[in-house]
Design a protein around this ligand. Structure first.
Ligand SMILES: *Cc1c(COP(=O)(O)O)cnc(C)c1O
Length: 486
């Protein structure tokens, strides 16, 4: 272990300085006109460190971060795919990055054109009429889409439609967004194979239904084969279909949510369209709608005039504004660069490659890990922990042990349908060599679990922190120097 690998947070030494401001210019002299009550009485309690201490501290911290750029990241339900560097270069172009959101539209034609074109590209990919790129993330897109759904029913005087049907396998944001949008959540059961139980759905469809939220492929990575039947039933009952686009990756350019009968959807640009999102953002959750819902989309919108010029418009039937200005523009630039650099033909290869990679891992590991749902999956799949449960080695133990081998853990304990869920999504950007390495390590961990279960239960053995109290770490994180000092 190198000396800086130790967890030293306290680097401060009394009197050590990194930089000193000249007294005459910024010191006491300059402050003499400042009202006395605004002046601080005591020296601020800041770490006393040299410039080199600071540089090493932050540079070393940055190298402790795991990311797609440093290793394999099989996190399911998140599409942590590699983000080509050209996307970053494009997003950093000063002509775009330096724009001010209040600048007149005439002086920001390029940015508006990009917004407009991306909106159209997504509409084409989704099979829907129009998109807003304003929402900041998937969950924000869900909220926006559900507001469209509610507004649609209200605008028709159909006030009692408040029920949103959500499958029991759904991502937690789905019911949460419905609640925030002022709607009520009703759960529909999944069949043993993970798809929606149509027989359980039928009795829920009455004149209080606002709509249904689904994702296809579903949270288990399986394609909902009865989607056309479900769409027909929900539409006949007067409801709308909402598509959670977090699982759009395997469908890209092949199958369109609009063609499956969906009326509203969000896309996670930071998942399907390659923006890195490990640190919680920035994201972008564009929302697309079918033709009859376009007027309800949020303001402001970007339009193209007869003269070919782009302008910003506020529609009067709109549900209002849901973000400041037009959303996270940098993320849009990356998505646009990604779509254009792949092109229409290559975009169609994303899904099949992601699907092939997921099935390859699944089939290679199902002798050691419990596969609750047999058959071809799409871009991801779920194991229900180790096949051999007699050792007491859990999904959490396996996930922690993977860290010792330099892999990021898969998504664990989601979906909630199984007790030991381990959700794996390799994405299309990984080579066969990386997949083989991962498979080999997963087999090795299964063998270790049989031969030396205690060692696996105490993993990880090589990371700086091994078993933090995760609840306290999440609820009472120590984020500042002052907190650290107690
Ligand atoms: C990630 C995800 C969401 C939420 O998206 P955010 O961009 O994280 O807000 C919703 N549904 C599913 C299935 C997801 O995987």
């Amino acid at each position: 272990m190198k000396y800086y690998d130790k967890l030293i947070f306290e680097l401060s030494r009394p009197g050590r300085k990194g930089y000193e401001l000249p007294e005459d210019k910024y010191g006491c002299d300059a402050l003499k006109d400042m009202p006395a009550d605004l002046l601080r009485k005591d020296t601020p309690e800041l770490p006393e460190v040299s410039e080199l201490d600071v540089v090493r501290h932050y540079t070393n911290l940055s190298s402790k971060n795991f990311g797609v750029d440093t290793g394999f990241y099989p996190l399911g339900s998140c599409t942590m795919k590699y983000n080509p560097k050209i996307n970053e270069e494009v997003a950093a172009m000063p002509e775009f990055a330096g724009l001010h959101p209040l600048q007149p539209a005439e002086s920001a034609q390029g940015a508006l054109e990009l917004y407009y074109n991306l909106q159209h590209a997504l509409a084409n990919i989704a099979g829907l009429a129009e998109f807003t790129l304003n929402p900041y993330a998937g969950a924000h897109g869900e909220l926006t889409g559900l507001m469209v759904m509610r507004q649609y029913h209200l605008s028709r005087g159909d006030e009692k439609r408040r029920k949103v049907i959500v499958p029991d396998s759904a991502h937690g944001t789905n019911p949460a967004s419905a609640m925030v949008a002022g709607l009520e959540v009703v759960e529909v059961k999944s069949k043993p194979n993970g798809s929606i139980d149509v027989e359980d759905l039928k009795p829920l469809l009455d004149d209080t239904v606002a709509g249904i939220m689904m994702t296809n492929p579903n949270t288990l990575g399986m394609f909902e084969t009865e989607i056309m039947e479900i769409a027909k039933l929900v539409h006949e009952a007067g409801g709308l279909l909402y598509y959670d686009g977090a699982n759009l990756n395997p469908m890209l350019g092949k199958v369109r949510p609009g063609d499956m009968g969906f009326d509203i959807m969000h896309i996670n640009l930071h998942k399907t369209f390659s923006t890195p999102h490990g640190g919680g953002g920035p994201g972008s959750g564009p929302v697309g709608v079918a033709a009859h819902l376009v007027d309800l989309l949020p303001n402001p919108r970007v339009k193209k005039g007869e003269d070919g010029k782009f302008y910003i418009e506020n529609g009067d039937k709109s549900l209002g504004s849901i973000s400041s200005f037009l959303g996270n523009f940098g993320v849009m630039m990356k998505a646009y660069a990604y779509i254009l650099s792949l092109g229409k033909e290559n975009l169609k290869n994303v899904g099949p490659m992601a699907t092939l990679n997921a099935n390859y891992i699944k089939e290679s590991l199902k002798d050691d890990y419990l596969l609750p749902i047999e058959g071809a999956c799409k871009h991801e799949f779920v194991f229900d922990g180790l096949k051999d449960k007699s050792t007491g080695v859990t999904t959490l133990n396996v996930a922690k042990r993977l860290l010792d081998y330099g892999f990021h853990a898969p998504t664990i304990y989601f979906p909630l349908l199984f007790h030991e869920s381990m959700m794996i999504e390799p994405t299309e950007t990984e080579s066969k060599e990386t997949l083989d390495e991962f498979i080999e390590v997963m087999h090795k961990v299964a063998k270790e679990a049989r031969e030396n279960p205690e060692m696996v239960k105490n993993a990880p053995h090589t990371t700086l922190i091994s078993h933090p109290d995760e609840t306290t770490a999440a609820k009472k994180p120590i984020l500042t120097y002052r907190q650290m000092k107690g």
